[in-house]
Structure formats: structure tokens, C-alpha cells
Unconditional design. Sequence first.
Length: 325
Amino acid sequence: MRLGTRKMDEVVYLLVYHVIFIMFVWAYWQTIFTKPMNPLKEFQLSHSDKELLEREDRGESQQEILRRIAKDLPIYTRTNSGAIRFCDRCQLLKPDRCHHCSVCDKCILKMDHHCPWVNNCVGFSNYKFFMLFLAYSLLYCLFITTTDLQYFIKFWTKGLPDTQAKFHILFLFFSASMFSISLASLFIYHCWLVCKNRSTLEAVRAPVFRHGTDKNGFSLGFTKNFLQVFGDEAKYWPVPIFSSLGDGCSFPTCLVNLDPEQPSSPSGSSSASKSAGEGRQFPSKPLRESQSRLLTSTPSWSENEGAGDKDKKGKIMICCFPIVL
Ligand SMILES: [Zn+2]
Ligand SMILES: [Zn+2]
């Protein structure tokens, strides 16, 4: 009878181990091999604009040209000095949250960081995969640590047969527990970033808007922040399949800050209903399809927008002006 129960335990252990292992390898694979997304064509300078920009040598006149081009784009962030964010290397206007990666030598949408562990840039296209990679690798290490614990104790109480294999138990326990600690700290930090809707770069340096820096500029509240990364279909949350919302080029920003960390709202208004109306800080710009997909149920890679999306947008986007239609 006891032998039967032990056999059952072993089968369960093996099954759970392999499920976690497969999910871990899948998420790791996706993080490594998903190409980082670059800004859309409309952010690139046209041939004539390039020539115009080259002809001007004064910074102020160049900014004038860039400001004119930026007028038609959903760009709300600025440099520290208030200038339009422009990438010399890629010759494009940087969309909000986009940064130039010096390792990849490209502008990466919603760049988080360049990760040497995956030899890839972590950004809009693979941030969900990176989160799942952290989650499953942590789960994997914790599973090994806990199942190895009883043998680790037996090692010290001389309960193990005296063979070389007992040192494997020791090594396995130490390596799995050490990785668990470092992965847990990184995973908790990134969970916090997801909750706050910040990238690692934005956590180091808050984005600059026209009204000044605002570390919570992209935060929409916990639930919407989570949905922005993981998508609005719960069945895809634990699976390393792309389901993040938006196109990576434009992001809704809240005028009224509901975050208790920042009591003063940039627009000076105090209620959410007010912010959707007259309290606007920026001029409202007409948005194209690709820029107004964020937080709708349409998959973000697809160029088609469902007919029923408009209602949904209206509901979700209270207090987030760029997407309110
Ligand atoms: Zn660039
Ligand atoms: Zn990179």
C-alpha cells in the first residue's frame, strides 16, 4: 500500500516537473527569439523632411521642423529640455516609451532593458514573455528546492546511502535555492513595474511630458496596467503567446492621477469625469486606427479593427484622453 502511494507521488512529481519545465523553456525561447519591435513607418522622416533637416544647422530651426512633423503623431513625451525626442541614428521621431538600444543599434518600442541573459532587447514585443520566463524559472527552481529539501536534510543527518550521488543532492539544493532568491527579487520588481505601468528605464528616469516629468504618466490603475501587458483574455495570461494590448507606438496617459503616490493631478482637476472633458493638458489629436487600438479586444498585431470596439473603448478609457473618441 505504501509502495503504491510512493509510486503515485513519483508520477505526480514527474508530471508537475515536466509541465513547469516545458512552460519555462517555451517562455525562454519566446523571450530570446521574438524580434524587438521598431517604430512604425509614420515615425520615420520622409526624404524631403530629411533634406530640410540637414539644411538647417541651428538647433531651434531643426526643432521647429520636428515639432511640425510631430503634430500629426501621437507623441506626448519630450526630452528633459522639452525638445521633441529624435533619434539621429535611426532618423526617426521616437514614439512615447521608445528608446534607442546601443547594443541592437535600433530604436525599440517600449524598451525595458537589453538583457544579456536572453541576448535580446526586452521591450513591447516580448515583455510578457520575459515576465512568464521569470515566473516559470522561479517556479522551476522552487519546485526543485522543495522536492530536494528532505534529501538535503537526510544528507546532514547521515540518512543517505554513502555514494557519490549524495553530493549531487547537495549541489542541486544550493544552486536551485540561490537561483530562487535572485529570480524572486527580479520577478517581484517586475511585478511592481507592471502594476505601476513603468519600464525599467522609466523607473530609473521618469518620462517627461509637456507639463513636466510624471513617473505615473502611463499608469491607468492596477487592472488596466496588468491588461496592457497580458491582454484581456485570461486564457492567454499564463501562455507565452503574444497578447499584449496596443501597437507599442502610442500609449494612453492619464490626466488625473489616481495613484495615491502622486496626489496632485497635472491638469489641476480632481475628478475623473472632469479630466475627460475640459481639463485637457494637451491638444486632442486625431488618432489613426493603429494608434487607437490600445486596450481594445483586438489583437495588437492585427491591422483590422472590429466594428464593436468603439463601445468598448468608451467604457475603458474614462480619464485617458488620447484614446477617448
Ligand atoms: Zn534609434
Ligand atoms: Zn538591445
